[in-house]
Design a protein around this ligand. Structure first.
Ligand code: SAM
Length: 279
């Protein structure tokens, strides 16, 4: 990777291309190449994979992905100011880096990738959760990707891996853990970024399951989980009153006391309830 090693430091790249961070685009850049390589390593072996990176910015993580041997990197960046800096990396990438300018929420990246695909990104916080929900809830399962390795605010990462019984446990935990195994693999202090955000961050690695962990209809499961957690302080017999006239019987039929609250119910319990409501 000698060519990539000849690139200027990221601080120099930002100065050369006038990439003052824009808050509206969630721009908190990683400038330490050791750190970006470490993040790239958390995703596993990239050598036989296409990687989708959202928001490459000045290209710190992009460089890490290429130096870890990614077969190909498709990088989707909204900010046109970053394109010249990314073109400098592409020129030294032996054709492995393709940059697309646009909004990740609008682009059909799956059609531009060849499996196996890993998604790896230091996500813009303003669209991070929305992208995650789209990746976890596509029309068809299994999805086009093999794993996700994503940076979030630490509080969001804790909600993703949360277990029943606490305040962090909710819709995001259920959605994530139903179809993947998510793990927090790194935590980063605000000073790791330029400019430093107000909060700590964490990288979550999601390994996809070929089949959901427990059977359930995705729409029914989502509806019941949303109803239960929208009124999380109420007992389930009240929070789920609108789900079925005989909701107390259905809760009991799957072993959930109607007086329990949403945060006490396991993922397995919610899936059983979704099946009971479907019948
Ligand atoms: N990957 C770089 C790094 O680690 O230093 C930058 C990460 S920064 C947190 C988020 C990046 O996402 C910025 O470059 C920003 O311009 C880009 N971005 C923001 N919204 C986007 C969107 N909707 N689609 C694609 N890129 C977006």
């Amino acid at each position: 990777m000698s060519g990539l090693d000849d690139l200027p430091s990221l601080a120099r790249v930002i100065a050369n291309h006038g990439l003052a961070a824009k808050k509206s685009l969630g721009q908190n850049f990683l400038l330490d190449l050791n750190l970006t390589e470490k993040i790239a390593r958390q995703a596993g072996d990239l050598r036989d994979c296409d990687v989708l990176e959202i928001g490459p910015g000045p290209g710190g993580l992009t460089r890490g992905l290429l130096s870890q041997g990614a077969r190909r990197v498709l990088a989707v960046e909204k900010d046109a100011r970053c394109l010249p800096a990314l073109a400098e990396i592409a020129a030294l990438s032996d054709g492995r880096l393709q940059v697309v300018q646009g909004d990740a929420l609008d682009i059909d990246a799956a059609s531009m990738l060849t499996p196996p695909v890993r998604i790896i990104a230091n996500l813009p916080y303003n669209v991070g959760t929305e992208l995650l929900v789209r990746w976890l809830d596509p029309g068809v399962w299994p999805p086009f990707w093999q794993s996700l390795t994503l940076m979030f605010q630490r509080e969001v990462a804790e909600r993703i891996v949360a277990q029943p019984g606490g305040k962090a446990y909710g819709r995001l935990a259920i959605l994530s853990q139903w179809r993947t195994t998510p793990r927090i693999v790194m935590t980063l202090p605000p000073e790791a970024f330029t400019p430093a955000p107000k909060v700590h961050s964490a990288v979550v690695h999601f390994t996809r399951l070929d089949e959901p962990r427990f059977p359930a209809d995705p729409k029914v499961l989502q509806r019941v989980v949303a109803m239960a957690f929208n009124q999380r302080r109420k007992m389930l017999r009240a929070a789920l009153k609108g789900a079925a006239p005989d909701i107390e019987d259905r809760l009991r039929s799957v072993g959930i006391p109607p007086t329990e609250r949403a945060e006490q119910v396991s993922l397995e319990g919610f899936c059983a309830l979704a099946r009971a409501l479907e019948n």
